[in-house]
Design a protein around this ligand. Sequence first.
Ligand code: ADP
Ligand code: MG
Length: 250
Amino acid sequence: MIQVKDLHKSFGGFKAVQGASIEIETGSITGLIGPNGAGKSTLFNVIAGVLPPTSGTVLMDGEDITGLPPHELFKKGLLRTFQLAHEFSSLTVRENLMMVPDMQAGETLWNTWFRRGRIREQEREIRKKADEVLEFLTISHVADEKAGNLSGGQKKLLELGRTMMVDAKIVFLDEVGAGVNRTLLGTIGDAIIRLNKERGYTFCVIEHDMDFIGRICDPVIVMAAGQVLAKGSAAHIMQNEDVIEAYLGT
Ligand code: ADP
Ligand code: MG
């Protein structure tokens, strides 16, 4: 589904990504691991149109999508989850989900609010969808909570939930497990597996927790110092000498 070819990204003179080439197969849950500073998030940001590449190409189903802005990629079903923006924390969990279909058109928050009161019919449908998403993620009980009051793990589930309000094809998750307790991390893993199996989502997941990666990801891509070191099953990767050295070296 995604082909990244010889991607470079520099910040000033600093080369964060240096000639990375990766492929993400349709239907996979691909893991992306590597020591801090390896360039994982930068690679994600370039693929997702958040940062322009210095050079290189990104293809989606064979189409050149290099440098397309996030809302164009959103329409193609390529989503990257973001931490909840500040202005969303005072809305309820359900309202956060209901915002997404409008936001995808590249509308501002203000326009979305402005339109909200006018489209009752559509709103009912979106609300129904939001409630289905909450049920799927097992967080129906916090539907009317302010999003800002959720625990770290519940926020991650809400971020994942936002990708379910549209017809996503591929979802990029950057450190879903950061600051999340074991139980919720398990729930997040289950949700990812179900979305993959039942809805056909392809995933690319950056995560440090190797138990989590080992449980849900195949294959796993390893990056270090801006380059791709290895790719294979989690078990395979952990026996690769270059990979072990990259981790021990930091
Ligand atoms: P990872 O996600 O693998 O930890 P990042 O992609 O965040 O790594 O960062 C890779 C390198 O690029 C790091 O050394 C980081 O400090 C640097 N970097 C990332 N973003 C920027 C930026 N906006 N400006 C300058 N340097 C950056
Ligand atoms: Mg990162």
